[in-house]
Design a binder for this molecule. Structure first.
Ligand code: 5GP
Ligand code: MG
Length: 175
């Protein structure tokens, strides 16, 4: 039987679109005259990345990296691994990491440390959502869409057990 949980809209597609516009303005302003490399974390960031880059008229490049994920559970194991690495050298590049959600901060702080060792010219973070109540590792977010409360969210790229990435709004998963 197909699992049919209750979904409640938390952030509508219009609110998301407005936030993406605002973030794109901030990023454009800060990266004038530069050729940033945007690195998305798979899979959750791919929808956000697709919308964000189409609002950015900069000579940018896009890369993706895949880190070990939650699997079918809603809790992070706390251990992060690079499953699929970068195909581009980032030494001397202006790197902007694009993430769907910063929760405990374990994943993103691992990635920022990993990238820092490769000596980019600059390294910043753009996150669509932030759940600060769950933070275990401090993470500086340079560009943030929304702060959300401590509920599991899906849609707009975010999954539960690989489902719901295709939904246009962001929803809370009620159990
Ligand atoms: P962290 O390492 O910060 O705890 O977890 C970050 C990753 O966990 C996110 O990139 C995302 O893939 C996943 N995650 C954390 N909270 C949520 C949530 O509420 N919904 C979904 N779908 N994924 C989440
Ligand atoms: Mg993610």
């Amino acid at each position: 039987m197909v699992f049919q949980p209750q979904l409640k809209i938390l952030i509508s597609r219009d609110e998301i679109a407005k936030a993406v516009d605002r973030l794109a303005c901030e990023i454009k302003r800060d990266y004038q005259g530069k050729q940033p490399l945007l690195i998305g974390i798979l899979k959750g960031s791919f929808v956000f990345m697709a919308d964000l880059i189409r609002r950015l008229d900069l000579p940018l490049e896009v890369e993706f990296i895949k880190l070990s994920s939650y699997g079918a559970a809603k809790e992070s194991s706390g251990k992060v691994r690079v499953v699929q690495g970068l195909k581009t050298r980032i030494k001397g590049r202006d790197v902007l990491v694009v993430e769907d959600i910063v929760d405990t901060g374990v994943t993103i702080s691992f990635l920022l440390d990993y990238l820092k060792k490769k000596q980019p010219a600059s390294l910043k973070l753009c996150a669509l959502t932030d759940k600060p109540s769950r933070r275990r590792v401090p993470v500086p977010i340079d560009y943030l869409g929304f702060t959300v409360l401590n509920k599991f969210i899906v849609g707009y790229g975010l999954d539960f057990d690989e489902r719901f990435r295709n939904l246009p709004h962001i929803y809370t998963l009620e159990d």
